[in-house]
Design a protein around this ligand. Structure first.
Ligand SMILES: *Cc1c(COP(=O)(O)O)cnc(C)c1O
Length: 361
């Protein structure tokens, strides 16, 4: 067996011990004489697992009691549309802060249900920064303000949670949730696709303040209403049982590692190591992002000669460093350093970079 260091942006690396535990329990889970994928989601064993997963997540993030935790499907992309569907009256304004590809997409999808406005954007800066808070043109009557705390493609992270007054703050945290401690009470709603920092794709975790669930801006089929999921403990219909189970194992793993304070410490150290390697290369490697907005989760960088990009990616693969190719929209290189990527993997990448520069300089 040869598992390589995996820098995939998503679906991304999962903790090895989580995969080993899932493997050990695959055929016979929790005394069920069947796998977790083959039992009723309404049975006692699954319901207990689901409750434990929620309790562990609540503990990790210190989620206040007036927030519901939902385990949903459809990927973050479905919720680009479903969030405004649930929170905005027809034509009501919703403000979007756009600092990358995903925020752009969220605003485009919201326009079917809301007067979705780009209240601030760093497009003119090619999404290499976060628009300064003082420039945001917010409407106090907006249904919500939407932010993307980490832009996975552009490698840009919003380090400070902005103060947007009384208007609920909604955040797509698909690629940085659980990467450090978070003050959930500053948000109205947080959602995240699982395949970056939580588990397999096909699962979405949402934290939503109860007063937002009471909004009823338009008649909706039950299957699209968050309040219905909350009332049914996320079991309105058959949930993604396998994804939920793996997410639960990841939450247990995070607790065993020392929780989000420890993950924050590790993630800061990993990112610092890689950015130092880039910055210390004398221009051989370069990162285009404004230093204060550099992502800890997705590090994008360029080689001094773009013709070397495919060589770097191919030789990296041979050296046991997977998925370093940059997103097709940007080119270059991207290394994603989610929770499951240990600092040893980042050190291996830095060593490879030094060696590559020496041999291809
Ligand atoms: C990956 C990602 C998405 C899209 O997730 P899907 O599950 O494919 O819909 C949305 N937002 C961010 C920030 C992401 O990283």
């Amino acid at each position: 067996m040869s598992r390589a260091w995996n820098f995939s942006a998503g679906p991304a690396a999962l903790p090895v011990t989580v995969l080993q535990r899932a493997q050990a329990e695959l055929l016979e889970w929790d005394g069920a004489h069947a796998s977790v994928m083959e039992v009723s989601h309404r049975g006692k064993a699954f319901m207990e697992m689901a409750a434990r997963a929620e309790a562990d997540l609540r503990e990790l993030l210190a989620i206040p009691a007036n927030y519901k935790v939902l385990f949903l499907q459809g990927g973050a992309t479905q919720h680009f549309a479903q969030v405004p569907m649930n929170l905005c009256a027809d034509g009501q304004r919703a403000d979007y802060i756009v600092n990358g590809h995903w925020g752009e997409k969220a605003a485009t999808e919201a326009a079917f249900y809301a007067d979705a406005r780009i209240a601030a954007s760093s497009l003119a800066d090619a999404y290499r920064s976060i628009p300064a808070r003082a420039t945001w043109e917010l409407d106090p009557g907006a249904a919500f303000v939407h932010i993307t705390t980490n832009e996975t493609i552009h490698g840009v992270e919003m380090r400070d949670i902005p103060d947007v007054g009384e208007v609920p703050l909604v955040a797509d945290m698909s690629s940085d949730i659980l990467s450090q401690p978070l003050d959930v009470s500053k948000f109205g709603l947080i959602y995240a696709g699982a395949q970056k920092n939580i588990g397999p794709s096909g699962l979405v975790v949402m934290l939503v303040r109860e007063d937002l669930l009471a909004r009823h801006p338009r008649p909706l089929p039950k299957i699209f209403r968050y309040a219905e999921y909350a009332a049914a403990d996320s079991m309105l219909n058959t949930p993604n049982t396998w994804g939920w189970y793996l997410a639960g194992l990841t939450f247990q793993w995070l607790k065993e590692q020392g929780g989000l304070v420890e993950m924050g410490r590790r993630n800061a150290a990993k990112a610092a190591l890689l950015y130092a390697a880039i910055d210390g290369s004398g221009g051989y490697y370069s990162n285009p992002v404004e230093p204060s907005a550099r992502s800890r989760m997705n590090v994008v960088f360029n080689l001094h000669d773009a013709a070397l990009d495919p060589v770097f990616v191919a030789e990296g693969g041979k050296a046991g460093l997977l998925a370093l190719k940059g997103h097709r929209a940007l080119g270059g290189i991207r290394a994603s350093l989610y929770n499951a990527v240990p600092i040893e993997g980042v050190q291996a990448l830095c060593d490879f970079m030094t060696e590559f520069q020496r041999t291809h300089g």
